[in-house]
Design a protein around this ligand. Structure first.
Ligand SMILES: [Fe+2]
Ligand SMILES: [Fe+2]
Length: 475
C-alpha cells in the first residue's frame, strides 16, 4: 500500500493537513467561522478560570508519536483540521458500489444523506462540552481536571472536523449547518441538541465517568461505521477522531475503576455496604448510574429495524463496525437477521432482512464492548474480597427509543406493569436523593497529588508525568 502522510501546517491560523492555504475561498470561510467558535467556547466551554493546562495537541496523524504535550492556555489551544493518511488505492468495501474507488467528492445522489450524517455526528461534539461546562469547578484532583479539559478541547476539535467537511463539500447549505452547530445548545428549550442523551445534564463526576465510558463509546461505534464510508474525506476524518476518542473512554473506564476501588476500601474499613456516611458512593448507587447511562446510550443506536440504515449501507456511505473483517458478501441483500421486538406484552424477536437490522448489529457490538468494563470493575470487587457484582441491565430496561420504548422491563429482563415499574424504579435508577448525595461529595481538590475522598487516586499520571504533577496552573 502506498500512502501519503500530509504534513500538518501549523503556521496558518487554522492548523491543518488538508492544504487549506491552497483553497483561499475555503480558508476564508473557515477563518470567518473561527471567531464564532471561539465565542461559543468562551460562552459554553469550561467555566473554570485557568492559566494553562497540560494538554496534548496533534502534531502528526501517523500511527506513533502524533501527540505533543505541554502546558497551554486553553483558549489558545490549536484546534485544527486533521485527516488521517490518504490511501490512493482505497476501495469501497460494501454496498452496491463495492470494489469501486472511494469518492473524493460527494456523489450528488447521496448529498442529503451524507450531510445529515455529518450534522448529527457534529452536533454531539460541542454538546458534550456544554454538558460538562461546570464540572471543572468540582474536580476531585488536578489530574482529573486536566483529563476533563483534554476531553473538552478534543470534542471541540471534533466539531472542527465536521465543520470542515460541511464547508469543504456541502456549499452554502453546509455553511449554514456549520452555523447551526453553534446555535443549538445542550438542554436548551428553544434549540436543543439533536439527540436525547446529549441534552441530559452531566452534573457530577460520577456522571462524567459514566458518560465517557458509555456515551463516548457510542461515539466510537458511530465513528467506526463512518470510517468505513465510501466518502473518503469522511472516512479519513473519522479515523483520526477515533485515535483521540480512545483517551476519552480511558478516562471513563479508569474513572469508574477508581470509584469502585474507593467504595470497596470504604466497605472494608467500615465493614458496611452503607458507605455514604463515610463519604463514599455505595455500590447500589454506582449500579443505578450504570443503569441510566447505559440505557440512554443504547437509545442512540436508533430503531432495531431501520430502512435509513439499510439505505446508507447499500449506498456505501455508512458501513458496519469493522466491515472489512466481516466474513460475508458485504451486500447483505439475501441475508436474514433477528431483531429485538416487543409483542403482546412479551419480549420477542422478529426475523427481518439483514439490511434492516444494521442498527441492532451495531448496538450488539457496543453491548459486548461495554461488558469489558463490568468485568474490570467486578475484578476490583473480587480482589477486595467483596461479594457483590455490578452488571449491565437488560437491553429492554428504561428504553425511550425502539422496540422497548413502550415496555416496562426490569433490569433482569422481566416485563412488569406500569404501576409496578413506577413502584420499583427508584431501586433501579438514580433518585433525587442519590443525585444529591453524589453532588454533596463534589468538592474541588486543587493541591497537586491530592485526591477527593470518594475516589481512589489514579495508578499513573499522564504522559509519564507523576500523579502529583501540576497538570493545571491557575491565574
Ligand atoms: Fe468526539
Ligand atoms: Fe469523545
Amino acid at each position: 500500500m502506498t500512502s501519503a502522510r500530509p504534513k500538518i501546517d501549523f503556521d496558518s491560523k487554522i492548523p491543518n493537513n488538508v492544504d487549506l492555504a491552497g483553497d483561499r475561498k475555503l480558508q476564508r470561510a473557515l477563518e470567518r467561522w473561527q471567531p464564532n467558535f471561539l465565542d461559543w467556547w468562551g460562552d459554553m466551554g469550561p467555566a473554570v478560570d485557568t492559566k494553562d493546562v497540560y494538554l496534548r495537541t496533534a502534531v502528526d496523524v501517523g500511527r506513533d508519536g502524533w501527540a505533543h504535550f505541554d502546558h497551554v492556555p486553553m483558549n489558545e489551544y490549536r484546534w485544527g483540521v486533521f485527516l488521517s493518511e490518504h490511501d490512493p488505492d482505497r476501495k469501497i468495501a460494501f454496498g452496491e458500489h463495492k470494489g469501486e474507488p472511494v469518492w473524493q467528492e460527494v456523489p450528488g445522489e447521496y448529498r442529503a444523506d451524507l450531510q445529515r450524517l455529518i450534522v448529527i455526528q457534529g452536533d454531539t461534539e460541542p454538546a458534550s462540552v456544554e454538558q460538562q461546562r461546570f464540572l471543572g469547578a468540582t474536580a476531585p484532583s488536578l489530574y482529573d481536571m486536566r483529563n476533563l479539559f483534554q476531553v473538552n478541547v478534543e470534542e471541540g476539535r471534533h466539531l472542527w472536523a465536521m465543520v470542515y467537511l460541511l464547508h469543504a463539500y456541502f456549499g452554502r447549505a453546509g455553511r449554514e449547518e456549520a452555523d447551526q452547530l453553534l446555535a443549538r445548545n445542550s438542554g436548551s428549550d428553544d434549540s436543543p441538541r439533536i439527540l436525547g442523551a446529549f441534552n441530559e445534564e452531566t452534573p457530577d463526576w460520577l456522571s462524567f465517568y459514566m458518560f465517557t465510558y458509555f456515551t463516548d463509546r457510542d461515539g466510537k461505534y458511530q465513528l467506526g461505521t463512518l470510517k468505513e464510508s465510501g466518502f473518503d474525506p469522511l472516512s479519513r476524518t473519522c479515523e483520526f477522531m477515533l485515535k483521540e476518542e480512545a483517551h476519552h473512554m480511558f478516562v471513563g473506564t479508569t474513572g469508574i475503576d477508581r470509584v469502585v476501588r474507593r467504595t470497596a476500601e470504604l466497605m472494608q474499613t467500615h465493614d458496611t455496604e452503607a458507605v455514604a456516611g463515610a463519604g463514599g458512593i455505595p455500590l447500589t448507587m454506582i449500579q443505578k448510574y450504570i443503569n441510566f447511562h447505559y440505557t440512554v446510550s443504547l437509545d442512540l443506536f436508533g430503531n432495531e429495524s431501520s430502512t435509513n440504515a439499510a439505505n446508507y449501507f447499500t449506498a456505501g456511505i455508512k458501513g458496519r463496525w469493522q466491515e472489512e473483517r466481516r466474513d460475508d458478501d458485504h451486500l447483505l441483500a439475501d441475508d436474514a437477521s433477528h431483531v429485538d421486538a416487543f409483542r403482546d406484552g412479551q419480549i420477542s424477536r422478529n426475523e427481518v432482512p439483514a439490511l434492516l437490522a444494521l442498527n441492532q448489529d451495531l448496538r450488539h457490538e457496543y453491548i459486548n464492548d461495554c461488558k469489558t468494563g463490568l468485568k474490570r470493575w467486578n475484578r476490583i470487587l473480587a480482589k477486595a474480597g467483596i461479594d457483590a457484582e455490578l452488571y449491565l441491565p437488560h437491553v429492554g430496561f428504561n428504553r425511550q427509543v425502539g422496540a422497548f420504548a413502550s415496555a416496562n422491563i426490569t433490569p433482569d429482563g422481566k416485563v412488569v406493569s406500569e404501576s409496578e415499574w413506577n413502584a420499583q424504579k427508584d431501586r433501579w435508577l438514580p433518585t433525587e436523593l442519590d443525585k444529591t448525595h453524589v453532588r454533596s461529595l463534589m468538592h474541588p481538590v486543587l493541591e497537586p497529588g491530592k485526591i477527593a475522598g470518594w475516589i481512589a487516586p489514579p495508578s499513573t499520571g499522564i504522559n509519564d508525568k507523576p500523579v502529583d504533577f501540576e497538570y493545571v496552573h491557575f491565574q
